[in-house]
Design a protein around this ligand. Structure first.
Ligand code: SF4
Length: 362
């Protein structure tokens, strides 16, 4: 499954709860809840939904002490490692550590002085947890608003390195790095500069990327470049949408460049006047109904399923896949291993395809 023609950078291996990132481990897919973390039950409910679709690490924002007191309750009710996102008040980070958080993410632009970083490092070391230095161009004084391109990227990387120096001075190296700007050019250049100086695992993301449509395109373009460079140990696709969509996009992106498998690859045609039925609806229903089949994520390579709008290219594509279906508005021909298996009535396509995916043996 892993790509042969480009090499991932050899970063330091770091454990976040029971997930290892860096050092060639599979790129871990993460998301962030958008519930009120003072309401721990609703937050747990959303994390469980994220677990269902394959989220491997989850971050919650802790805006105040009340939310930090919930960390333990949330952790007890979920299976994946929990990360706390802290801004402004380091005491919230200390409480999260006390409550058993698996990792903290701090923003060096607003967490405070070197003394405060020292206090956090001391507690993180005692608790054996990791820390992400999550630098955002928008919140750093050193990254001037009017600078652009390489200059801005350099400022972002240098500011991050300065914070890393503080952590290293205190012999703390369980560090994960992100350097985000909302434009791709600055972000990519900043990651490249940082990666040439240190080998800490990189958390990739394009911040404030936008809606499902524009955010997916922007994130895929930016992350695609960095992944192709061999950079990245964990990633979050930031979308103004249900976080479940972030996981679906992340798997799809990594699968498209053969870095991870979502377990399923659907090949479908764009449709044209030869297509006499609602193929778009069928494909999205199959995607929806298979998104939470956990066994799929464990497959070493994705099951390739072709769902085609007519018999012109349909049977050909379907034959190339593990199985496929192609047909007209009344029925479809179901193919497996290049052989026609049966005719399936139009109304039964989704049910048939989903059940074949569930029963598929490698
Ligand atoms: S497979 Fe058929 S329906 Fe789909 S785009 Fe090609 S010709 Fe059109």
């Amino acid at each position: 499954m892993f790509m042969k023609f480009y090499k991932r950078s050899q970063t330091k291996k770091i454990n976040i709860g029971n997930v290892t990132i860096g050092g060639g481990s599979p790129i871990a897919i993460q998301s962030m809840t958008n519930t009120d973390s003072r309401d721990w039950k609703t937050t747990v409910k959303q994390i469980k939904q994220l677990e269902e679709v394959g989220c491997e690490l989850v971050r919650i924002s802790l805006p105040d002490m009340e939310s930090a007191y919930n960390v333990n309750k949330i952790k007890k009710n979920i299976k994946i490692p929990l990360i706390a996102d802290i801004h402004f008040d380091y005491r919230i980070a200390l409480e999260a550590i006390k409550q058993g958080i698996d990792k903290i993410r701090i923003n060096p632009g607003n967490i405070g002085s070197e003394d405060i970083l020292e206090i956090l490092v001391k507690e993180a070391k005692k608790a054996h947890i990791s820390m992400r230095i999550g630098t955002n161009a928008g919140s750093l004084k050193e990254v001037h608003k009017n600078s652009s391109g390489l200059l801005r990227a350099k400022a972002l990387a240098i500011a991050t390195l300065e914070r890393v120096n503080v952590l290293e001075k205190h012999n703390f190296e369980d560090i994960i790095i992100s350097l985000k700007a909302s434009d791709i050019d600055t972000t990519v250049q900043a990651y490249r500069i940082f990666a040439s100086k240190r080998n800490y695992p990189l958390h990739l993301g394009i911040t404030e990327a936008g809606s499902i449509f524009s955010g997916t395109i922007k994130s895929s373009a930016g992350l695609g470049i960095m992944l192709y460079d061999g950079l990245g140990d964990t990633l979050r696709i930031s979308l103004t949408a249900d976080p479940i969509e972030e996981i679906r996009v992340a798997y799809s992106l990594l699968q498209s460049i053969k870095l991870r498998s979502s377990g399923l690859e659907i090949i479908s045609c764009p449709t044209c006047s030869r297509c006499h039925f609602d193929l778009i609806k069928i494909v999205s229903k199959v995607e929806e109904q298979t998104a939470s089949i956990k066994e799929l994520k464990k497959k070493s390579k994705p099951i390739k399923v072709a769902i085609m709008g007519c018999i012109v290219n349909g049977p050909g594509e379907a034959r190339e896949a593990d199985f496929g279906i192609a047909g007209n508005g009344k029925y479809g021909l179901l193919f497996k291993n290049g052989e026609i298996l049966e005719k399936v009535k139009y109304g039964c396509w989704v049910k048939k395809i989903v059940s074949m995916i569930k029963d598929f043996q490698e």
